[in-house]
Design a binder for this molecule. Structure first.
Ligand SMILES: [Zn+2]
Length: 424
């Protein structure tokens, strides 16, 4: 499950909480880092005008971008760095492909790995697994928890970790070096909701709630998002946690690829009396499709340009398309169709979308974000309750693998297929 619409509003309206001293303040997103625009100097003349425009129009700024934020001419792109100071970064284009300078990056493309070893198609590959959310006691706080009657609760963060534990040995067997972004139910961030009470209050006041309430009344409280408790919790489990994971990925793990593992859901209402639905679907996400208010934020605009210039998309799209094909084949699920304008469909399978999520934006390497299965669909719920098992069993009248193995096997098949083809 991904970011909700109200959380997005929070992000959009939360400007410059911590201005840097003695200079024009940066316009930052929630817990955003001050952009280091000079890093982009390393990307001078690494991309042609045509490639840059193609990526802006078809992937990253599909909803448009103001000419004051990005102005492109024949030879260069001028990107606003700070509105108050009226400062810009100028990116010079390469004249043509042949004269393009090498793109600086720490991750390796499939093509740059050693040639294929038939039985080890993932040899040398450093792949990091990012099981979405937190597990155990945190899952209620994250609203990734529901329970039907007396059956064991469904907690997304525990399901994703279980899938990661099945994936790891399968990937190792094919030669990959497997790294875990999270390998327990516990958060990576050392902060806790109590650390964010003051900030939560400031954000609420800024968003037009002059005297925010301290606490949530109950899970169905319609104004829960306007309480200090709810805001400080989301600052902890979403913004602080994912930013911490990003630091870990970018400075410690240095993977060639991150696979984010999630289970999707449809609105379930009361978590103690959830709605079970018939809908079930699959989709995958890569970074892109920035919304105009997101591009107004200096950190997000900087991170968008850095992601574009790293050329992660050239790896992400074929990877996501191949994994999507393998997952569709194995799960037999139809593609999810978004009802919001936040995404852009890309690729050739119908299952892959570009979307600006924290993880897909901040991890500085190719990131494929998997969203199979509606946890509160009748079928998936029965399969989750059936648990993990070897071989096949009859669930809901159909002989099938455990849902966890089906998930893990399909991701492995997709990765093997992609790297096999790319390393020929
Ligand atoms: Zn999720």
């Amino acid at each position: 499950m991904e970011i909700g619409f109200l959380e997005l509003l929070l992000l959009i309206f939360c400007f410059s909480i911590f201005p840097a001293r003695g200079q024009a303040s940066d316009n930052l997103g929630v817990l955003g880092a001050h952009p280091r625009w000079n890093v982009l100097e390393n990307y001078q003349e690494t991309i042609t005008h045509d490639d840059f425009v193609r990526l802006i129009q078809n992937v990253y700024c599909t909803h448009g971008i103001g000419a004051d934020l990005l102005a492109i001419d024949e030879n260069s792109a001028r990107i606003l760095t700070n509105r108050e100071a009226n400062t810009f970064f100028t990116l010079r284009f390469a004249h043509n492909q042949a004269s393009s300078k090498r793109v600086p990056r720490l991750w390796r493309t499939a093509k740059s790995l050693a040639p294929l070893i038939e039985e080890k198609p993932l040899s040398e590959l450093r792949v990091a697994l990012d099981p979405g959310h937190l597990g155990g006691k945190w899952s209620k706080m994250e609203e990734r928890w529901f329970q039907v009657g007396e059956s064991p609760p469904v907690t997304e963060g525990d399901l994703t970790l279980h899938v990661a534990h099945l994936l790891a040995p399968r990937l190792r067997k094919l030669g990959a070096k497997v790294l875990f972004v999270r390998n327990s139910a516990q958060p990576r961030t050392l902060k806790r909701p109590a650390d964010f009470k003051e900030l939560a209050k400031k954000i609420l006041i800024k968003n037009g709630v002059p005297e925010p309430r301290q606490d949530v009344l109950d899970p169905s409280d319609p104004e829960k998002e306007q309480t200090i408790r709810w805001q400080s919790e989301i600052l902890f489990y979403r913004y602080s946690e994912i930013r911490r994971r990003a630091v870990f990925v970018n400075t410690k793990l240095h993977p060639d690829l991150v696979i984010c593992l999630h289970f999707n859901a449809e609105p379930w209402g009361d978590p103690k009396d959830p709605m079970l639905v018939d809908k079930n679907h699959l989709h995958l996400l890569v970074n892109g499709s920035y919304l105009q208010p997101e591009l107004e934020l200096d950190d997000e605009r900087f991170e968008m340009v850095r992601k574009l210039l790293s050329r992660a998309y050239d790896e992400e799209l074929p990877l996501a398309d191949t994994i999507a094909g393998a997952m569709a084949k194995e799960t037999q699920l139809p593609p999810y169709e978004y009802t919001t304008e936040t995404v852009t469909k890309i690729g050739s399978t119908g299952y892959v979308y570009a979307r600006n999520l924290l993880a897909t934006r901040l991890y500085r390497c190719p990131v494929v974000y998997c969203e199979p299965y509606v946890m509160n669909s009748k079928d998936v719920f029965a399969r989750i309750q059936a648990g993990d098992y070897d071989s096949t069993r009859n669930v809901n009248g159909v002989e099938r693998k455990s849902i966890f193995r089906e998930y893990a096997d399909s991701v492995v098949d997709g990765l093997a297929e992609y790297y096999r083809a790319a390393r020929q």
